[in-house]
Design a protein around this ligand. Structure first.
Ligand code: ADP
Length: 624
């Protein structure tokens, strides 16, 4: 089942074992475990209901036979006239019983439905929570290889489809199994002759429906993969709608979207056609059996000494119908199960996917690390999505506690990647990173993150108020005054207070109602509020207008030079670089020079050339 599980680039498919129907059932029952008490009640109600339904035709047959007998014995001059009252009594008695059982079956069936639905709803919630928990704990490499739309489908409609058998297919299956076997036994008990005749058609019907169910299950798995692909396209289009609009790519996206849906539709049409044909065939066979029963059974019942009464014939018809309807329902159910198994495979492979970097593993940093001296020891790295492109090669350097260290070098050299490794988005392929002498992989990533501050070029804001965005990730004890102070230090207070709603201003999805410079200052305030021990910073090169640029720079400077934390930054401004304690010049993933500004200038190497280049640019800008 390629493409249905979670694909992991070079390491190949991860947790892709196809889950068999049996495996799905086992997993299903394990997921059901917390709901067992409710579920058990539901099953008992269901079995009770089937048992009641199984005895109903008996009463129907008995009532009709009672009518026949009474008609006989109550006729004038009937030989058995003495039994007239008795037969009438029997008739009323059976009608009463029929009434009571009919009322009971309705009641039990309603209760059963309620219990199953509640169980199913609770389980959907439970699975969805667990699947989302798995998503948010995956490492970043996982997201490099996944499409958002696909993930969303797994979390929503796939979970729904996976759990749907609980309230529809499962009860239907159980009750129909009871009705099928009960009906079968009752048919043979009522008349084995009729049964032999009728059963010539049952086996072909079963075969046809079963074959179709299997084929259709496979078809529907393919259809849902097409839907997932479509989702991925619509999702990407919606989140990049500005670019789509700007380059007029609407037609292109519509075409891509339409193409995947068209693929799904043509498969759906095929499925519908074959499905209808199979229904037609089985229904002819089924009706044919009905005709046979009435013809043969009727001709026996016509004889006064035939061993089948009219009531028996009716009873037989009812049991026979019960049985064939059960068979039809069961194959429909089989269909639902195969579809659910396909969805389950997609959801379970997501739930089973274990991140290579477990955010919950390792010792808390405060326990094992005293001094926050960060050290790269012969680190090599490539991104799993592009294993041929070695991004860092045998890289060694250190960031001592209390210093400000700058990474400089040409774009694409691997500076941001170094930051990613410190954030534990990825782990080195070779070599190691240590903090206070302890291997990074031994330290709990979450505990490190709590003491980290990050300001990247791409500020990520949430669709919430400015205050909530600044507070994001901070302890809940943070007061409004502290938020305000952070905003002030980040040069953001003025523009925030300029908004009508101030700190309560909603920033829109991904902060789209703010300018780039404003977003960045919010991010800086967020970082200040956390009072990080280690600050990781990617200085913006993105074009900001001069006014907001100078404010962002002021904010950045207050962050970098506060003296309250160790700083490692990707530097673009000369002023930052010049003042840094240590400068590392990175080119094509290797360290080409290191030292402070004066030392590096004296070497007259790469760094010197970079500085001269930047000064030249500044001069040109002034002359313009
Ligand atoms: P810098 O920050 O120095 O500009 P980066 O660390 O961003 O450099 O990039 C280094 C190299 O890694 C580039 O060749 C870039 O294309 C590649 N790269 C960055 N991110 C990814 C990713 N998520 N997947 C694959 N390759 C990546």
């Amino acid at each position: 089942s390629t493409g249905e599980g979670i694909m992991r680039s070079d390491r190949g498919p991860k947790n892709l074992e196809q889950i068999s129907m049996g495996g799905y059932m086992m997993r299903g029952f394990r997921l059901l475990a917390p709901e067992m008490p409710l579920f058990a009640v539901a099953i008992l109600l269901l079995l009770g209901n089937s048992a009641v339904r199984l005895v109903l035709p008996n009463f129907q047959g008995a009532i009709l036979d009672g009518v026949g007998k009474a008609r006989h014995s109550c006729a004038p001059h009937a030989p058995d006239a003495s039994q007239c009252d008795e037969h009438k009594q029997e008739f009323y008695h059976n009608v009463m019983l029929y009434f009571v059982f009919a009322v009971a079956t309705g009641l039990i069936s309603a209760l059963r439905q309620w219990f199953f639905t509640i169980v199913a709803r609770r389980i959907v919630l439970h699975i969805r929570e667990r699947a989302f928990a798995s998503v948010v704990t995956q490492d970043i490499a996982f997201f490099d290889g996944m499409k958002v739309g696909d993930l969303q489908q797994r979390l929503t409609s796939d979970v729904q489809r996976m759990a749907s058998p609980i309230f529809s297919a499962l009860p239907t299956m159980l009750s129909n199994l009871v009705l099928l076997f009960g009906g079968l036994v009752m048919c043979f008990v009522t008349s084995w002759r009729l049964s032999m005749l009728a059963f010539t058609t049952v086996l072909p019907i079963m075969h046809i429906t079963q074959t179709y169910a299997q084929w259709s299950g496979k078809m529907n798995r393919e259809i849902f993969q097409d839907f997932a692909d479509g989702n991925a396209i619509s999702n990407e289009t919606i989140s990049n709608v500005r670019t789509v609009r700007a380059v007029s790519a609407e037609d292109h996206e519509l075409e891509r979207y339409g193409a995947t849906l068209a693929k799904a539709l043509s498969k759906g049409v095929k499925d519908a056609t074959i499905g209808s044909l199979s229904t037609l065939l089985s229904s002819w066979l089924d009706q044919g059996a009905g005709v046979l029963i009435l013809w043969y059974g009727g001709s026996i019942a016509m004889h006064p000494d035939g061993n089948i009464s009219v009531g028996d014939l009716i009873k037989y018809q009812l049991y026979y119908n019960m049985m064939t309807t059960s068979i039809q329902q069961l194959t429909g159910v089989l269909n639902q199960f195969t579809r659910a198994a396909g969805a389950a495979e997609r959801v379970l492979s997501l739930m089973d996917c274990k991140p290579d970097i477990d955010p919950f593993a390792g010792a808390p940093v405060d326990v094992v690390v005293r001094k926050w001296d960060l050290k790269f020891e012969h680190v090599s790295f490539y991104y799993q999505m592009r294993p041929k492109n070695i991004v860092l090669r045998d890289l060694s350097f250190e960031v001592n506690e209390g210093t400000v260290c700058a990474l400089v070098g040409k774009s694409g050299g691997g500076k941001s990647t170094i930051i990613h490794l410190i954030l534990r988005y990825y782990d080195p392929i070779d070599g190691r990173i240590t903090l206070g002498g302890v291997d990074f992989t031994q330290i709990n990533p979450r505990s490190v993150h709590q003491r980290l501050g990050v300001v990247s070029q791409e500020t990520q804001l949430f669709n919430a108020t400015i205050e909530e965005n600044i507070k994001y990730g901070a302890p809940s004890s943070v007061t409004h005054e502290e938020v305000e102070a952070a905003a002030e230090a980040a040069q953001a207070l003025k523009f925030i207070n300029g908004f009508e709603d101030g700190f309560a201003t909603k920033v829109g999805e991904r902060g789209q109602r703010l300018s780039g410079g404003q977003k960045q200052r919010i991010a800086i305030a967020r970082c200040l509020l956390r009072k990080p021990r280690l600050l990781l910073l990617d200085e913006a090169t993105s074009a900001l207008d001069t006014e907001s640029e100078s404010q962002v720079q002021k904010a950045l400077d207050s962050l970098i030079w506060s003296g309250q934390h160790t700083v490692l930054l990707v530097a673009h401004r000369l002023s930052t670089v010049v003042n840094s304690n240590q400068i590392y010049v990175i080119d094509k993933g290797t360290m080409v020079e290191q030292g402070n500004h004066t030392q590096l200038l004296e070497r007259r190497g790469v760094y010197c050339a970079l500085v001269e280049h930047q000064l030249q640019q500044q001069r040109e800008q002034i002359n313009e």
